[in-house]
Write a protein that binds this ligand. Structure first.
Ligand SMILES: C[S@@+](CC[C@H](N)C(=O)[O-])C[C@H]1O[C@@H](n2cnc3c(N)ncnc32)[C@H](O)[C@@H]1O
Length: 200
């Protein structure tokens, strides 16, 4: 990581033994909206290296279930109620496996991000595709009344994507946590109260 990015949150994550500074974005959203509860079943997409998993595992406790997936390996020792899988969300078998083996989920999280090229329009377009894939996974695995939180880089298609989310959830809010770098185009869409299932 370039030295310039080693900010307050980076050092805090090291000190508090979190695998990434990203944890503070989820912590902030959870503290404000309390959308995850003890005993929940949670799916975390784009979970490597695993800081959201570390945080979520503590929120849901041993009676919950956490499934984290990433194309990269998730190399961390988690307790028994946590499953870490190396999978590509674009592989059609991934959502089928999640739906058949682990659904229904109370909450679907996605912090998935493309490898950035520095070309803002291209990076936003790839992030929007990842977001739509996360939304499809959520629609196929959430229980009615469940919640969805996902990252997206704001680009040309942002409002179309937001409209799509609003069709499926009772309450939707765009959130920019303090821990998200100001210069970054990333924001999170928090969508509560899934209106109902659709087959995978
Ligand atoms: C910002 S990182 C996630 C950090 C994570 N939330 C944490 O707290 O440790 C974004 C992740 O999205 C993953 N990702 C990107 N494309 C993916 C895909 N097609 N399928 C699954 N994961 C993907 C990347 O491998 C990367 O690990």
């Amino acid at each position: 990581m370039p030295h310039a990015y080693r900010d307050h949150y980076f050092h805090r994550a090291k000190k508090e033994h979190f695998l990434a500074r990203a944890v503070y974005k989820l912590e902030e959203i959870q503290q404000k909206y309390r959308f995850m509860k003890r005993g929940d079943r949670v799916l975390d997409l784009g979970a490597a290296p695993g800081s959201w998993m570390q945080f979520t595992e503590r929120v849901i406790g041993p009676r919950g279930l956490l499934v984290g997936i990433d194309i990269q390996p998730i190399d961390h020792d988690f307790p028994d109620h946590v499953v870490a899988l190396q999978r590509d969300i674009f592989d059609p078998g991934t959502v089928v496996e999640l739906a058949e083996r682990y659904a229904p989920f109370d909450v679907v999280l996605s912090d998935m991000a493309p490898k950035t090229s520095g070309i803002k329009v291209a990076d936003a377009a790839r992030s929007e595709v990842l977001f739509e894939q996360a939304l499809a996974a959520a629609l196929g695995t959430l229980r009615p009344g469940g919640h969805f939180l996902a990252k997206i880089f704001q680009g040309q298609d942002f409002h179309r994507v937001l409209k799509q989310v609003k069709q499926h959830f009772g309450w939707v809010k765009v959130v920019k946590p303090d821990a998200s770098r100001k210069q970054s185009k990333e924001i999170y869409i928090l969508a509560l109260r899934f209106k109902g299932g659709r087959p995978v």
